[in-house]
Design a binder for this molecule. Structure first.
Ligand code: ADP
Ligand code: MG
Length: 701
């Protein structure tokens, strides 16, 4: 049986090839199914009628019920308009149209009752409705339940071709009449009963044509739940499958490398959170299953150390590890810190980035294949085909959000069994988002900072305080501290942004002249060697101030740097601001973050900055970020891509429904891990359908 929902949209009466193409191009709608799942963004209550004598010029949309007393074309030839005098017994009002005059002027017989819908406007002291919707009352009653009128977002292009919200609404009506009986249920009866969910058919009907508010609520709940449920079911099913079928290397030994490191190299004790996470990881490594773990922890919470200890366990068990970082600077820094940590242990660490020389690569490749290199650290360059290991057992992906899913998957192919995977992220992800993005991973959290850290003090200044700010910086430098000054550079290609940076650099050098002061600069357009030299000068303390773009945002660790000045702070996103602030406060001294802002701030920018002043807690910041910006927009998620398009659920608001969806999916998989029971067949069918329509649905992780 052909699935009517898969029909091309051009076959829907009222659409045709031209509109079909527009719908496709502008809204991505190409089938009946797509249109049915193009949900309204709001509803207008059509149960309420206003009286003409109640109308005021500042009202939003109003609905009137009455008769037309007189209708006529007036005005000079070039400014013709159609004016209808409309009454409901409490007064009269003019309905005015400037377009469609010809066919409209005879379309409204005067003996009928009409429903008029529009926004009151005041014109020369009189209230009018310009271009109102008008329809015979009788006809409205004949339509499907129309109490709350759905509003659909459209584009200029669509409107030009008469595909307005109203027209889309009408198309939905035609569509529902044609397909309603063919809409299959996708959720098992038992689940629907437990959660008191209405049927899918009812939900789709009432989302487009709600009978009343209660039906609308039920329809929304059902559709949101379903959307989130299948995402969770898909993720958890993959996890269950992996757990049941994919073996992992067993690292059951703790040997010379870790023991010696622990006894001789580690000069401080692990925090409670670090100990807990190491335990969680060791349990995974001994289980015979492949580890897939997300390690969340605020900047500076000591994730890298946990990763290193795990790499040493891998080495103790005869396996190689690699660590992939998102930027060259970070990879280098990891390489240097890790090299220092393991000095004298007999572990070989190598670095591989885009700028590694060909001759060095040629030396490195055989060493990797022969197992002579224990730990390989690098950037995307690790993914190249020539990079082959003898026995890759453990992969660390740092700052995961910058890597695409496909890139992660490629690392897996470099060993016989799947290597254990630890994904580290310092961008605290709100729980709801983590559940969707990484729902198939186990999660460990480092929620405790190493002792002795003082929270960073955050201050906000406008330009009028710049001189005072400079004298504060001089004072800090006199005390031996170092300073970052960061300029926004949202797109590395924008020359304008570079001008900000260059001007900024010039003014800093002017205010901090040599020979007394030394200033370094680092930005994305520099050659790696130049960046390196600049970084080295700053790390070694030869320069006092580092002027930079956000290339220093992630991971850079210089404990002596105690002030972070962020120029045009209002132009940064919250999580970026938080990352930048995390660059200081790494030593024992009091650190400062100074937000330089302009006088004029948008409401949103002000909110972001207020949160920065209020808290240093990464999770609170992430939550606030999600609320302010909405999930589709979260930094980093674009690159890695929220793997699903959400049509109706909203991660910022529907956390509880998500939780319910996840628990429901867990329960079902507990009972039926392979979804092979007859009454779960509908779930398998739906998952298959979704993976056919959403390209990332069956992503590998
Ligand atoms: P993250 O990767 O989470 O940002 P790092 O692992 O880079 O954090 O650690 C930040 C700094 O804190 C490093 O200088 C590290 O040596 C130090 N550190 C890590 N764990 C501890 C601990 N338990 N006690 C004291 N210092 C620690
Ligand atoms: Mg780090």
């Amino acid at each position: 049986m052909a699935d009517i929902l898969q029909q091309e949209i051009k076959y829907l009466p009222g659409v045709g090839p031209k509109r079909a193409e527009l719908l496709n191009r502008e809204l991505g709608i190409s089938t009946f199914y797509d249109l049915l799942h193009y949900f309204p963004y709001k509803y207008i209550d059509r149960t309420k009628f206003y009286k003409i004598n109640e109308l005021r010029g500042d009202m939003p949309y109003v609905q009137l019920l009455g008769k037309i007393m007189n209708i006529a074309v007036t005005g000079p030839p070039r400014k013709k308009r159609l004016v209808a005098t409309f009454t409901d017994g409490t007064g009269t009002i003019d309905l005015i149209w400037f377009q469609g005059i010809k066919w409209m002027k005879d379309a409204f017989p005067q003996n009928k009752t009409y429903v008029v819908f529009g926004k009151p406007t005041v014109f020369s002291g009189k209230i009018n409705l310009v271009h109102p919707e008008i329809e015979e009352e009788e006809k409205i009653n004949k339509r499907l339940n129309a109490a709350l009128q759905a509003q659909y977002s459209t584009t200029e292009n669509l409107k030009k071709n008469f595909l307005t919200s109203r027209v889309i609404h009408k198309l939905q009506n035609t569509l529902l009449q044609q397909t309603l009986d063919a809409i299959p249920e996708t959720l098992p009866h038992k689940l629907k009963e437990q959660l008191v969910l209405i049927s899918r058919k009812e939900a789709l009907l009432h989302i487009h044509y709600p009978a009343d508010n209660e039906w609308l609520r039920k329809a929304r709940f059902r559709l949101k739940f379903e959307e989130l449920f299948f995402i969770q079911l898909n993720l958890l099913k993959q996890k269950v499958y992996r757990d049941r079928h994919f073996k992992g290397y067993i690292f059951d030994k703790v040997g010379y490398f870790l023991n010696t490191f622990y006894k001789e190299k580690l000069t401080f004790s692990l925090t409670g959170a670090q100990k807990r996470v190491v335990k969680e990881i060791r349990r995974d490594l001994g289980s015979g299953k492949q580890m897939n773990r997300l390690l969340q922890g605020d900047v500076g919470s000591g994730k890298t150390l946990v990763a290193l200890m795990t790499m040493l366990i891998a080495a103790d068990n005869g396996f190689q590890s690699c660590l992939m970082a998102p930027t060259e600077i970070l990879a280098r820094q990891h390489f240097f810190t890790i090299s220092k940590w393991i000095e004298g242990l007999g572990i070989n660490v190598a670095l591989l980035t885009g700028s590694t020389k060909k001759s060095d690569r040629e030396k490195l490749h055989p060493q990797l294949r022969e197992g002579k290199v224990h730990i390989l650290i690098g950037t995307h360059a690790l993914l190249e085909d020539e990079v082959q290991f003898k026995k890759l057992g453990f992969v660390v992906v740092d700052e995961q959000h910058r890597f695409g899913v496909a890139q992660r998957a490629r690392l897996w192919e470099k060993s016989e069994l799947l290597p254990h995977v630890l994904v580290m992220t310092a961008t605290p992800i709100p729980r709801t988002l983590a559940m969707t993005l990484y729902g198939d991973l186990d999660v460990s959290v480092i929620d405790e900072m190493p002792p002795g850290r003082k929270p960073v003090k955050t201050l906000m200044f406008t330009d009028s305080k710049r001189l005072r700010m400079f004298s504060f910086l001089r004072q800090q430098i006199a005390e031996g501290r170092q300073i970052y000054v960061v300029y926004p550079l949202i797109r590395e290609s924008e020359t304008m942004d570079y001008k900000d940076l260059e001007d900024g650099y010039a003014s800093i050098v002017e205010a901090f002249p040599p020979p007394r002061y030394a200033v370094s600069v680092v930005h994305g357009k520099m050659k790696p060697e130049e960046k390196d030299v600049s970084m080295k000068y700053f790390i070694s303390g030869k320069t006092h101030i580092m002027v930079a773009t956000t290339v220093i945002e992630v991971g850079v660790d210089i404990p002596n740097a105690s002030v972070m000045v962020i120029e045009s702070a209002e132009r940064f996103g919250l999580s970026q601001l938080h990352q930048l602030r995390g660059r200081v406060g790494r030593g024992a001294d009091q650190s400062y973050c100074i937000l330089m802002v302009s006088h004029k701030l948008t409401h949103e920018a002000r909110k972001r900055l207020e949160i920065m002043l209020e808290t240093t807690d990464g999770f609170r910041i992430a939550d606030a970020d999600l609320k302010i910006r909405g999930p589709g927009d979260l930094e980093g998620t674009q690159q890695s891509g929220i793997p699903f398009t959400l049509h109706i659920a909203n991660l910022a608001q529907d956390g509880q429904i998500l939780q319910l969806a996840r628990e429901s999916a867990e329960k079902i998989l507990e009972e039926d891990p392979e979804l092979s029971l007859p009454y779960h067949k509908m779930l398998v069918i739906q998952l298959r359908k979704l993976s056919a329509t959403q390209k990332n649905y069956s992503r590998i992780s």
